[in-house]
Design a protein around this ligand. Structure first.
Ligand SMILES: Nc1ncnc2c1ncn2[C@@H]1O[C@H](COP(=O)(O)OP(=O)(O)OP(=O)(O)O)[C@@H](O)[C@H]1O
Ligand SMILES: O=P(O)(O)OC[C@H]1O[C@](O)(CO)[C@@H](O)[C@@H]1O
Ligand SMILES: [Mg+2]
Length: 337
């Protein structure tokens, strides 16, 4: 078969697959488009056709798919969201729902599937391979950075930058009014975003889902912030901390009598043009996913670690926990003195 190569000339080689599919699933993340582009272009380079599945597993279950060529993914590397759309699909959680999706893949002659998403999406991909023998490769795409087996996930860097920009702005008004601001950032089960934003934003305190003694922690913070005599404070809370930003706000108000303002940043953290680190990561991992499929790998997530590409069995990505950096947590405490 004739394939395209980067110099525009042609080479002869026979790829091990003729057609693969790609989908995005779970919460969207800046950089997913760059990953889609990388999958399509790298497959095209190897002479493999790509089917784009819309709306994640929900679209797969409904057969909502079409062929994508190299030109279809032009001018998307800089765009947030996902051109393939995404969904949280209840249907995919049942074997019957997955069987319909597998049928569509067979009808379309798809031999391998690239799933760009988070831990939930990787469960869905894993079951598809277990139940129907379809080769699957996971690409870590979630702002939460909560996947074991990769230093970073696509979208995480951009989400941190977006939250940090908001924190910098909130600090202006906090300082002017001598107020305490509690800022809630995303992270249902993981405090990676919260910790990075706290350190980079010079926050006075940070509350994470990983905190061992949540209630006791709030009391300590309140006491120390008052005794330090700081005129204004920024306190970062991950949404997965028990009770979220609201609980921390109430506890501080009740225990100090001080006025506190709560700012929940919410979905703004998921949008926007991806920063360069997310684009580069997405490009690398999209290409690595195609190469992994063509090399016969399956049921693994491609990631980055130890300066190179990593391959982690999908179940390990959710069974093993990527803890927040304890060093950085200590650093945040020391620097907020
Ligand atoms: N246990 C499961 N079995 C089968 N499919 C699943 C399972 N868990 C999740 N999925 C599928 O994966 C989709 C995405 O999962 P989820 O909503 O947890 O997001 P995610 O991939 O973890 O991304 P993020 O956490 O960034 O939003 C679900 O909507 C569902 O279709
Ligand atoms: O968009 P939804 O369904 O409200 O999900 C929000 C969740 O998704 C995430 O943004 C991850 O994609 C979490 O940080 C957050 O808890
Ligand atoms: Mg998840």
């Amino acid at each position: 078969m004739t394939t395209q190569n980067p110099t525009g000339s042609t080479s002869t080689s026979t790829p091990s697959m003729k057609r693969i599919a790609v989908l995005t699933s779970g919460g969207d993340a800046p950089g997913m488009n760059a990953a889609i582009r990388a999958v399509v272009r790298s497959a095209t380079y190897h002479g493999v056709e790509v089917v784009g599945v819309r709306r994640g597993f929900q679209g797969l279950h409904e057969g909502d798919m079409r062929l994508l060529g190299a030109r279809d993914v032009a001018n998307i590397i800089q765009r947030g969201g996902t051109i393939l759309l995404t969904a949280r699909s209840r249907t995919w959680r049942s074997p019957e729902g997955r069987a319909l999706g597998a049928d569509y893949l067979r009808q379309w002659g798809v031999e391998g599937l690239v799933v760009i998403g988070g831990d939930g999406s990787f469960h869905g991909a894993h079951y598809l391979q277990e139940e129907h023998g379809i080769k699957v490769i996971g690409v870590p795409g979630t702002i939460d950075n909560d996947l074991y087996g990769t230093d970073h996930t696509i979208g995480y860097f951009t989400a941190v930058e977006t939250a940090l920009d908001a924190v910098d702005k909130l600090r202006d008004t906090a300082a002017s009014h001598e107020r305490i601001f509690v800022v809630e950032v995303m992270g249902r089960h993981a405090g990676h975003i919260a910790l990075d934003v706290a350190v980079a934003g010079g926050a006075e305190e940070v509350f994470l889902p990983e905190d061992e003694h949540p209630d006791q922690h709030i009391a300590e913070v309140v006491r120390s912030s008052v005794s330090k005599g700081k005129a204004s404070s920024i306190i970062i809370v991950a949404e997965g901390y028990p009770g979220g930003g609201m609980a921390v706000t109430k506890a501080i108000e009740e225990q100090t009598g001080l006025e506190v303002r709560l700012s929940i940043l919410g979905h703004i953290q998921r949008g926007g043009s991806p920063v360069s680190s997310d684009r580069v990561l997405a490009s690398r991992l999209g290409e690595a996913a195609v190469e992994a499929l063509l090399a016969g790998r399956s049921n693994v997530m491609v990631g980055r670690g130890y300066g190179g590409t990593t391959y982690t069995p999908l179940p390990e990505t959710w069974e093993k926990r990527k803890d927040v950096s304890r060093d950085l947590y200590r650093c945040a405490k020391v620097l907020s003195i």
